[in-house]
Design a protein. Structure first.
Length: 230
């Protein structure tokens, strides 16, 4: 237990900080994903073929490419792209982009692709009579969305969004390749330093399970809240 204690002799404080880093990346990524989903869901439902093609391209490519490859593209490819632009203006030194922002953004794009499909399915599950009634009552499109579509979309999408959240939470382990010290990276460092990989990788598994357990408790409460009357 000394290896897991807090202080200079143990790794408890490092693992504790790494857990909050994992949670911070996950929350940031899921929020970025929601922004992408709110942008691309209307495009998926649009009758405009060009807009529909853009949305389908986004969701198909991102869901069809391994998550680790997306992270590599944004972390290493992003640095190369920025350096190329900088070289045009005469700056030729190496530029490394922030690992936290890169990790959160790349995982957020992945999350957004799945969330887009979840929102699309939820909106299409709403009875068409709801849309017809809002038109008859003379609601403008903003009132219709925020008062009629959004509450029902949340109720229908929360169960599937819980799966998206779990995928996002577990995908944070992949950003250890960027050097960001989250649970997986810290466990790797501790295992290499102490030569006890079984202990620290087991602790990592427990930490992920704890985050998942409490996350599901919160999501279940949200599902109950938005399902009142049903």
């Amino acid at each position: 237990m000394e290896l897991l204690s807090f202080g200079k002799t143990g790794w408890g404080d490092e693992l504790f900080i790494a857990t909050f880093m994992t949670l911070a990346v996950s929350v940031t990524a899921i929020l970025i994903g929601f922004i992408f989903a709110l942008i691309f869901t209307p495009l998926k439902l649009s009758k405009n073929k060009f807009l529909n093609l853009i949305a389908n391209f986004y969701t198909t490519i991102i869901r069809g490419v391994p998550e680790l490859l997306v992270i590599y593209l944004f972390f290493f490819g992003g640095s190369s792209a920025i350096m190329f632009v900088a070289s045009i203006f005469g700056y030729n030194d190496y530029i490394e982009i922030n690992a936290f922002l890169t990790g959160a953004f790349s995982i957020g794009i992945i999350s957004g692709a799945y969330s887009t499909e979840v929102f699309r399915g939820a909106i299409q599950s709403i009875d068409k009579g709801q849309f017809e009634a809002s038109n008859v009552l003379g609601f403008n499109k903003y009132t219709r969305f925020y008062k009629i579509i959004l509450p029902q979309m949340l109720r229908l999408s929360i169960p599937n969004l819980s799966n998206v959240w779990q995928i996002t939470l577990k995908d944070t382990s992949l950003i250890s390749v960027t050097g960001l010290v989250e649970i997986m990276r810290q466990s790797y460092i501790a295992a290499g330093s102490t030569r006890d990989p079984l202990l620290f990788y087991s602790i990592a598994a427990v930490l992920y399970l704890i985050l998942t357990f409490f996350s599901m408790k919160i999501i279940n409460r949200m599902e109950i809240k938005y399902s009142r009357g049903f």
